[in-house]
Design a protein around this ligand. Structure first.
Ligand SMILES: Nc1ncnc2c1ncn2[C@@H]1O[C@H](C[S@+](CC[C@H]([NH3+])C(=O)[O-])CC(=O)[O-])[C@@H](O)[C@H]1O
Ligand SMILES: O=C(O)C(=O)Cc1ccccc1
Length: 243
């Protein structure tokens, strides 16, 4: 089925509300994320490839900020062991409802537990893989370290964290260049100048990005000794940390 087209910011708005993962966004999210994040499909595919390699029998796999379940479905398709379990979490009720339908559209022997709650309140234990695919950037910056620490503590030795994020750059010239390439990507995917600028306003103070150096330092401080970026397209990156 072709996803419903994202026209949320297509008409001029008198007042632009803060971006939220409400029923309107959930209804067009498949289309929105594919047209907004360069490399999204590659990252989803590779999360599946990593699940094949990293997920061990009798362990938990977490998809934190699962939205419509795209990463969960990729994980589940690639897990080799029937006796592992995916715990998919999102705080948006509208996302969770649609995610439930998407997950149940496929049969699989891997159980998925869907939880509607804040990822800061979820217990992480006996994990062989944790996915934060473009979710950490929406968390209050002062809560990020505690979340990464909780993930580190809940991972088994040899377990993996996949962290995908929009990046910020200290170098102003690089920041401007990569941002303009991202805007060209959105234009090429059919977004108008009005859509781009209204969404940008809505995302201010809602999505706060970190530099790669901040991510690296936080990972190290939480105990991860093996960390690197495995994918980057413009200002979007996916990183891997192994315990
Ligand atoms: N504190 C929180 N607790 C729980 N959920 C949260 C929280 N904050 C934000 N979310 C949820 O995190 C998701 C972020 S989207 C993830 C895409 C997905 N991973 C994908 O692979 O398609 C990324 C984006 O829109 O750029 C939304 O569904 C929020 O409701
Ligand atoms: O659209 C953007 O400009 C982004 O930075 C990515 C994004 C994608 C989906 C929801 C919110 C932000």
């Amino acid at each position: 089925m072709t996803p419903k087209q994202d026209t949320i910011y297509a008409e001029p708005n008198q007042q632009i509300d803060k971006f939220s993962f409400d029923v309107n966004v959930a209804g067009v999210f498949d289309d929105m994320i594919k047209r907004s994040i360069p490399g999204y499909s590659t990252i989803i595919q590779t999360i599946g490839d990593m699940a094949y390699k990293f997920v061990k029998p009798e362990t938990n796999v977490y998809d934190l900020g699962c939205s419509l379940g795209t990463a969960t479905i990729s994980l589940r398709r690639n897990i080799q062991h029937p006796n592992s379990r995916i715990i998919a979490v999102d705080s948006s009720q509208s996302m969770i409802e649609r995610c439930y339908e998407n997950i149940n559209a496929y049969k699989s022997s891997t159980e998925v537990e869907l939880i509607c709650c804040d990822i800061r309140d979820v217990d992480i234990n006996n994990a062989s893989m944790v996915v934060l695919n473009f979710t950490l950037q929406f968390l209050d910056p002062s809560d990020r370290r505690a979340l990464i620490q909780k993930i580190y503590n809940g991972l088994n030795p040899g377990g993996v964290l996949v962290l995908s994020e929009k990046l910020k750059f200290n170098d102003e010239i690089i920041q401007q260049h990569l941002d303009s390439q991202h805007l060209d990507f959105k234009r090429a995917n059919g977004y108008s100048e009005l859509e781009i600028s209204q969404k940008r306003t809505a995302l201010e103070d809602v999505m706060r990005t970190d530099t790669l150096e901040t991510h690296q330092q936080r990972m190290n401080e939480c105990g991860f000794q093996h960390f690197n970026i495995w994918f980057q397209c413009f200002n979007f990156a996916s990183m891997v940390a192994i315990k």
